[in-house]
Design a protein around this ligand. Structure first.
Ligand code: CO
Length: 472
């Protein structure tokens, strides 16, 4: 390289600062979980992952988010894969980098609350089979729904990451989030994640939120955003400058749109600064080349939508476009989408401003569709009544009294931890699975059955044992 070229290169890369203390940012790579959950309908198979695992393991990531979320359901439902076997295979090949999973607190990986014995067993088996970091969230930010899972994860020796489900509303502000995070710290969290599932966290808001959290607690802070609104990179940069310790990114073929910001871009942004991640861009480029083909294959094999645009309207409506379009079509009111966009924020306010994440996004979404199609609160689904009754936990704001009257009349709302009403389930689940013809099922299968009964039975009956990647 000539001196002139070298000079040019230096001018265009980041200036090295000696004045500031080094504070390397840690990168959580999401290509094996959220990346393909967001952009490829969670269809990445273990066979797609295997050829890249060694290189992912050596890249220098803080963690690889690779399990939980929707991957468990997708394995059983669509991919003829045992999710537990996938986890063991991942663990076998990822010798250095911790595997991280996403857990919905008392909902585990399903949509309802489970008994404590199921939650404990699920967490135990996850750690035993290879998970090192468990990110645990609750849709309502009700700490009572995290207690059992957090305690179990701690006892199993995992790193417990307590989650803030981030949202915008008159009752959610920095003080609220900081107080919530403080409680998570007191409950034993090893780190805190700000989970911005819809990409609502704006750059300067991220800066002030991170500062508030840093002032309140001593734990490392991980920021998880989605590029949905088009602000993700800027949000990460301001968060890093404000002291965020980890950020979640996805390799370029599975980044941006509704997924995380791009790993290579963030690594390049921070290179040569006090926040330098220490990850080599050349390594990432090679990995990106590999995953580019994987994306192409998944789109082809599963006939997926290849083009998911960013959607800044999410900032106004807090719901990614298209999420409810199927439901609208089914109800024959596809043309009433503009009304729906007005109805959603209204319903959300009436239901006490829940953050919109599984399962509350579905609950608020369905209620809004029904209101638009049939008239306001003419038909109220059981899930909405349960939310109002307190069966999902405490809503952040109060429920509108008129809506409450329409939905549950004079029935009292529960004020205790919802799972206290659920008797132990493991023994019954075992018995049921035995009745279905699997008397000696390993405990992992019982937990799959607990999470997705029909899908699991179907898998157990039809899966070809030889296909389960025992030798990989
Ligand atoms: Co996410």
């Amino acid at each position: 390289m000539t001196a002139i070229n070298q000079l040019k290169l230096t001018n265009y890369t980041n200036k090295r600062s000696t004045a500031m203390e080094k504070k390397p940012v840690k990168i959580v790579e999401t290509v094996l979980r959220d990346g393909h959950q967001s952009l490829a309908a969670t269809r990445m198979r273990i066979s797609d992952m295997l050829p890249a695992l060694e290189q992912l393991d050596n890249a220098g990531y803080y963690a690889l988010e690779a399990w939980g979320g929707a991957t468990f359901d997708s394995c059983l439902r669509f991919l003829n894969e045992d999710p537990w076997q996938r986890l063991r295979t991942l663990k076998k090949h990822l010798r250095k980098t911790p595997i991280q999973m996403l857990l919905r607190g008392q909902n585990i990986l399903g949509y309802n609350h489970y008994a404590d014995d199921v939650v404990r067993e699920f967490v135990n088996r996850s750690v035993d089979n290879g998970v090192s970091i468990i990110r645990i969230f609750d849709a309502l930010n009700d700490t009572r729904n995290l207690e059992c899972a957090m305690r179990a994860a701690k006892e199993a020796g995992a790193h417990v990451q307590g989650c803030i489900s981030y949202t915008l509303s008159p009752v959610h502000n920095n003080e609220y989030f900081a107080a919530y995070a403080k409680t998570l710290e007191e409950m034993g969290a090893n780190s805190i994640c700000i989970k911005d599932m819809a990409g609502l966290l704006r750059p300067y808001a991220a800066e002030s939120l991170i500062r508030s959290l840093k002032a309140e607690l001593d734990l490392p802070i991980d920021l998880h955003t989605h590029f949905t609104s088009g602000m993700g990179d800027m949000t990460y940069l301001k968060a890093v400058e404000a002291g965020a310790d980890m950020i979640d990114t996805a390799l370029s073929p599975f980044s941006e749109s509704t997924s995380q910001p791009c790993t290579e871009a963030l690594v390049a942004t921070l290179e040569g600064t006090p926040y330098d991640t220490g990850i080599s861009l050349a390594e990432l480029n090679a990995l990106a080349d590999y995953f580019k083909d994987v994306r192409k294959n998944l789109i082809h094999d599963f006939n997926l939508n290849a083009n998911i645009p960013i959607d800044p309207k999410v900032l106004t409506f807090q719901i990614p476009g298209g999420m409810l379009s199927n439901q609208m079509k089914e109800m024959g009111v596809a043309d009433k989408y503009p009304q729906l966009l007005e109805e959603m924020p209204r319903v959300r306010a009436e239901l006490g401003y829940p953050p919109l994440v599984t399962p509350t996004s579905q609950i608020v979404g369905s209620m809004s569709v029904l209101n638009v199609a049939l008239g306001r609160y003419k038909m109220i689904p059981r899930e909405v009544k349960d939310l109002i009754l307190g069966k999902y936990g405490r809503t952040p704001g109060p429920i509108d009294p008129e809506v409450k009257r329409l939905a549950i009349g004079d029935a009292p709302q529960i004020d205790h931890r919802p799972a206290d009403d659920i008797p132990p389930q493991m023994k019954k689940l075992r018995e049921k699975l035995a009745e279905e013809g699997f008397p000696n099922a390993p405990i992992e299968d019982v937990l799959s059955y607990a999470s997705f009964p029909e899908v699991t039975l179907n898998f157990l009956r039809h899966s070809n044992i030889g296909m389960k990647f025992h030798d990989l």
